[in-house]
Design a protein. Sequence first.
Lengths: 266, 255
Amino acid sequence: MAAAARLTLLAPVAAVGRLTLGLTRLTGALTLFALRGLLACLSLPFYGRQLLQQGVAIGFMSLPVIGLTAIFTGAALALNIYTGGGRFNAEQIVPQIVALGITRELAPVLAALMLAGRVAATIAAEIGAMRATEQIDAMRTLSTDPFRYLVAPRLLAGVVTLPILTGVADIIGIAGGWLVSTLTLDFNPAVYARATVDFVEVWDVQSGLIKAAVFGFIVTLMGCYHGYTAIGGARGVGRAATRAMVWSGVLIFATDYVLTTLFTRG
Amino acid sequence: MTVTTPILEWRGIRKRFGGKTVLNGLDLEVDAGRSLVIMGGSGQGKSVTLKLALGLMRADAGDVLFEGKALSGGLGRHQQKLYRASGVLFQGAALFDSLTVWENVAFRLINADGRSRRAARVAALEALDQVRLESSVADLHPSELSGGMQKRVGLARAIVGRPRILFFDEPTTGLDPMTAEAINLLIVDLVKRLGCTAVSITHDMVSARTIADDIAMLDQGKVVWKGPVKDLDQAREGVVQRFISSSAGPPPAAG
């Protein structure tokens, strides 16, 4: 009886312990996977054709959805800032705050989240299905390293294309703010544009692009890791796709906070 | 008297999954130029034996040797040497579904050997011809082919690098008897024509009798019988006899 009571009392502690061990194992496995992926990016052979294909699939094909997200976000942001600014007679700050919010924060984060939804799950499902049908094993027996052939091109494509997509989102997002401000809030188009150009600093754009490169790595890494380690057939592939998307989102927000802290210090 | 050298050896292999011992001190060897079929019931370690040789799994103890060198040694170079010298036909063919048939067959030539796509295509078409597939299938995707044709493409991919050793993982599983027979005969023909060593795993007795020179029977993680296929029916081990009789199927109905 006493032993059973002790076990019941210790159950929450055991659960915390299991969770801690699980997270430690996951962090370790993910770190090793990321290092192996980075090493594969930096070593030969280099599969240029694969990189090109992934660049198109990850970058170019995401352009419409990221463009639409950016224009509506820029427009909504302008309206919100106008309303908020109006409470202390500062409606004129709309161009500056829209530009700052878009370039430093919203464009990289929202583009990464869109990519997470569209790409992380796709990569996980694709590589997971290859794992389930022994295609990855077959690749190894054909003297081809799956890390170099499958993982490295996707990681590189994510790191290269997300900053480009973010750059496009910067322009479209600011244009969305300009459009709604000049059409509905009676801003002078030229004055709005001049205020934006005068206010935005190079570092505002650069910091957003650096964030985007990191997020691109995270999104593609999550897709590759969860796909590569998928077990349990079709169900396992489905689980891998969901996990890739969810963990990408969580890590994007966490990393965004860390990077923003670093970039705003001093 | 000719002395044959084992090209591939499993030495004292032990492998456990959780609490279950799958291989318990497995010792097995294949002589160069012979076709060995590893047989056994489900869960007796056939697939694990093959995967250990292919470096797709690690043994808890023991080693697999290719031409006398441990595959786990040489910082992966010995395993790579085996990959370079071998071709594998996987159970479900394991074709890359994003690539066309010819790109599948030429995968090693393009991505590992650095051949140009044009030269690799020519070699792939030759390999397809060897497995009796028309060049018209070359630009199709694997999903557009039947199971038997996928196996043939898998075979073409296995032989395109002119291997010295071929591995077959359940080559006839999932095929109808006529297609299975055609695949068996094709394997026999290719192994003979290429003059290579073959290692197959199967639980299909018809397939084993067709493609094997030697048979090794696994039970409880060890080889319980090994010998030429012609001696199989004389084996006195109970496990072998039970396996043969259960594979024979029910006697034909009278009348």
